[in-house]
Design a binder for this molecule. Structure first.
Ligand code: ZN
Ligand code: CU
Length: 518
């Protein structure tokens, strides 16, 4: 018996072609039929005038611990997201002790359950399923922290390198989708390119990818893109440039040239792509900004005190929502003293940086290889960047519908099919028979983000139903409480994986026989 039938929807199937009117039948956790469907179902949804699309894949998140501590993941589901990729920017979920340090930044005062290794993290998600699917990257910074006696040094010893590789292999065997780096953060920033190539080479032939928060997203952007491409080219693995952008007014426009480098690399056969959050402001940890000398008042400062707004400041909620310039005036101190005080009294402070150009956001979004990754920081009790809730609705409503930056069908492809293909999420990302029933039903005339920097938690408009593995998790702006998400694992042997071009006999990819995994 069909469990759910969505009737007469405008279908965006995730491949980017023009939409068609279609019915979508769901049977248990899978899409059973797409097209003109006869017969009934236990639940029927009249979607006349509404669109149906694959559930959105948030390729860049920091939800490793949110998935355990806030397992409904309502802040993602209510924005149409059905899959989160965790472990970004070099910060991974294992080893536990090192990962738990990150958890303390994002979830102050909360206990993180223990587990053993990357395999243990995914097994914990199997036992305590969240409301969204979770795919995992290993984090280079976390591996480095766990393997090196002095992680602040640039060169690991031979035995330290071997330890990092062993941890990476454990992650890949557990089903990690790739390895992420965070080359502005401690301790990843100390690594030389050779270390990154050597580690990435461990992934050769597995299909896993190298994702990177690059060393420089300001004046040194082009060199940083060059380094990312070099890692992929020498290690022969795909590269994902995280949250592609350029920071600081003096550099605006530089993304034209960084995108040209991506195109040139692709033309010589390197698999390079990028993701983006659709805002002119970023967000990071204040300590990292200071370490990278980004904030200042001189002509060479990338970021001015007006550009930097405190987002979460554990112990000092009264500072949240205020810029460094405002704090300086209120505290009557120099910029240096203000920063010193914030870092000593609230060392885990996260900030929002208003430093990008709207034209650059559009230029990156138009590029055909750009996916969507919210990069949201799940500090739910504070004033997080609104990208945590609204990134996907914003791309569809503001950029596709209102501005015409890219067609609606193409915008959907970037957040579904392209993302699934790039990260190796088999059987997801498309509305096709046999695929997992991760679906979003939305009103394409109404969908838009509502969150602002002042009120970041306002939910997007226009999302009507969200299904994860065939179970409804969101109805309008209400979470159903269901937690049907799964831990998604990459199969370790790429050669045994059916390619999308040549499905295995019978047209069913072998992964379909592994419902517990994919
Ligand atoms: Zn990052
Ligand atoms: Cu990030």
């Amino acid at each position: 018996m069909r469990t759910i039938l969505i009737r007469d929807a405008t279908l965006y199937d995730g491949a980017g072609g023009p939409p068609e009117t279609a019915d979508v039948a769901i049977e248990d956790s899978r899409i059973a039929e797409v097209g003109s469907v006869d017969g009934g179902a236990a639940t029927e949804i009249d979607a006349t005038g509404l669109a149906v699309a694959p559930g959105f894949i948030d390729v860049h998140t920091h939800d490793d611990f949110a998935a355990l501590l806030h397992p409904e993941m309502a802040f993602k589901s209510l924005g149409g997201v059905t899959t989160c990729i965790v472990g970004n920017c070099g910060m991974g979920a294992a080893p536990w002790a090192e990962a738990a340090r990150m958890a303390r930044v994002f979830h102050p005062g909360r206990d993180v359950p223990r587990y053993e290794g990357h395999a243990g993290y995914l097994a914990l998600l199997d036992d305590r399923p969240p409301g969204v699917n979770v795919g995992m990257l290993a984090g280079h910074g976390t591996l480095r922290l766990a393997s090196m006696e002095r992680p602040g040094e640039s060169e690991p010893s031979a035995s330290e390198m071997a330890a990092m590789k062993a941890l990476l292999r454990e992650a890949l065997e557990a089903g990690a989708l790739g390895l992420s780096t965070g080359l502005i953060y401690e301790p990843g920033r100390n690594a030389r390119t050779e270390e990154l190539v050597e580690l990435a080479t461990e992934m050769r032939g597995t299909g896993a990818l190298y994702t990177t928060h690059m060393r420089d997203e300001a004046a040194g952007l082009l060199d940083a893109v060059g380094e990312a491409i070099r890692v992929g080219e020498e290690a022969r693995v795909p590269v994902q440039i995280s949250h592609h952008k350029v920071t600081g007014r003096a550099q605006w426009g530089l993304v034209e040239r960084s995108l040209a480098s991506i195109d040139a690399a692709r033309a010589r056969g390197v698999r390079v792509a990028a993701d983006q959050y659709p805002y002119t402001a970023g967000s990071t940890i204040l300590a990292a900004m200071v370490q990278n000398r980004m904030v200042g008042e001189g002509a060479d400062a990338v970021v001015t005190p007006d550009d930097v707004v405190l987002a979460s400041s554990p112990g000092h909620p009264e500072w949240e929502g205020k810029s460094l310039a405002t704090l300086r005036a209120e505290l009557g101190a120099s910029l240096e003293d203000v920063i010193g005080r914030v870092l000593s009294e609230a060392p885990l402070t996260t900030v929002i940086l208003h430093t990008m150009s709207e034209d650059d956001v559009r230029t990156v979004l138009r590029h055909p290889t750009t996916m969507i990754g919210s990069d949201g920081i799940p500090t739910l009790d504070s004033k997080p960047h609104p990208r945590l809730y609204g990134s996907f609705a914003r791309v569809l409503g503001r950029y596709a519908r209102e501005e015409g930056t890219l067609p609606m069908a193409e915008a959907v492809r970037r957040m579904t099919g392209l993302a699934a293909d790039t990260f190796g999420l088999e059987g997801r990302g498309y509305v096709r028979a046999g695929h997992a029933a991760d679906l979003v039903v939305f009103d394409e005339a109404a969908i838009v983000d509502r969150g602002t920097f002042e009120h970041p938690t306002r939910l997007p408009d226009g999302i009507r139903h969200v299904f994860v593995n065939g179970v409804e998790v969101a109805r309008g702006q209400t979470h159903t409480g269901a937690r049907p998400g799964r831990a998604l694992r990459r199969r370790s042997d790429e050669s045994s994986r059916p390619s999308t071009a040549t499905p295995s006999a019978g047209g069913r990819a072998s992964s379909f026989r592994r419902p517990a995994r994919w």
